[in-house]
Design a protein around this ligand. Structure first.
Ligand SMILES: Nc1ncnc2c1ncn2[C@@H]1O[C@H](COP(=O)(O)OP(=O)(O)OP(=O)(O)O)[C@@H](O)[C@H]1O
Length: 256
């Protein structure tokens, strides 16, 4: 469903992603690991259209999406979360979701001024979808809570809900379990499994190796922008190149 061919991104003299090719299958959990600065976030930025590649191709669901803008890629069904979840802290959790969703709906300024039927219908749909997404991620109980008052783990779940509201086919998760405790990490891993069970494809960046090893179907390892390995968790764990470059210092990364 996602095929990356010889993808390269240079920032001036620095090659952040260098000649990376990989494919991700539908309905699977794919992980990208690697040391800090390895190019993981840049890789996500390229897939989601936030930045344009220097060279290479990105095929999503059979479409060549190379060089498309982020909104165009989102429209085709790619959604993402970020390392830090930015919310409108003084608004309720539900309102945060509604705002997020409205950015993708169709009413224009004239609809707002005229209070058109389409606008009203979209608003109703939006509210319904937001509530549904919150229920799916296990947050029905905080719907009306002010965003500033929810926990870090709940913020992570809100980010999931926001991404799901846009009904994506591919979900890119940037450190979905960053800054939460081990017990909450298990809960978030279960949520990711619940998401792929609905047919979505997930691709995640994560430093928590225990989580990755038990969750991922496929792992890609980046080092200095280059893909040094890909495979199942068992294959990656046993790969001498990966151990040398990354897993050797696993204790430093494990619960960062
Ligand atoms: N917009 C940019 N301009 C210049 N250099 C950049 C830019 N974005 C990233 N880089 C550089 O590209 C390299 C890869 O960065 P990237 O953030 O993709 O790594 P990462 O693997 O996500 O790291 P981390 O685990 O710390 O988030 C780094 O050397 C970084 O400084």
């Amino acid at each position: 469903m996602l095929e990356i061919q010889s993808l390269t991104k240079r920032f001036g003299g620095l090659t952040a992603v260098h000649d990376v090719s990989i494919s991700f299958e539908k309905g699977k959990i794919n992980a990208i690991i690697g040391p800090n600065g390895a190019g993981k976030t840049t890789f996500f930025n390229l897939i989601s259209g936030a930045i344009r590649p220097t060279s290479g191709k990105i095929l999503f669901d059979g479409n060549d999406v190379t060089g498309l803008r982020a909104d165009q890629v989102a429209q085709l069904g790619v959604s993402r979360t970020f390392q830090t979840t930015t919310l409108f802290d003084r608004a309720t959790v539900l309102d945060n979701l509604i705002v997020g969703h409205r950015l993708r709906t169709r009413s224009g300024l004239m609809d707002v001024i005229l209070g058109s039927r389409r606008l009203k219908e979209e608003e109703r749909l939006c509210r319904e979808k937001a509530a549904e997404a919150l229920d799916f991620v296990g947050l029905s109980h905080v719907t009306d809570r002010i965003a500033a008052d929810i926990s870090q783990e709940e913020r992570k779940r809100v980010a999931f809900a926001m991404a799901l509201c846009t009904e994506p086919k591919l979900l890119l998760l940037d450190e979905p379990a960053g800054g939460v405790n081990p017990e909450e990490t298990v809960g978030l891993a279960q949520l990711i499994q619940k998401i792929v069970a609905t047919g979505l494809t997930v691709c995640l960046i994560e430093h928590k190796m225990d989580m990755i090893m038990s969750l991922a179907d496929k792992i890609m390892v980046l080092n200095y922008g280059e893909k040094i390995a890909e495979g199942t968790p068992a294959q990656i764990r046993a790969n001498p190149v990966v151990i040398e470059a990354y897993l050797g210092s696993e204790s430093e990364h494990a619960e960062a």
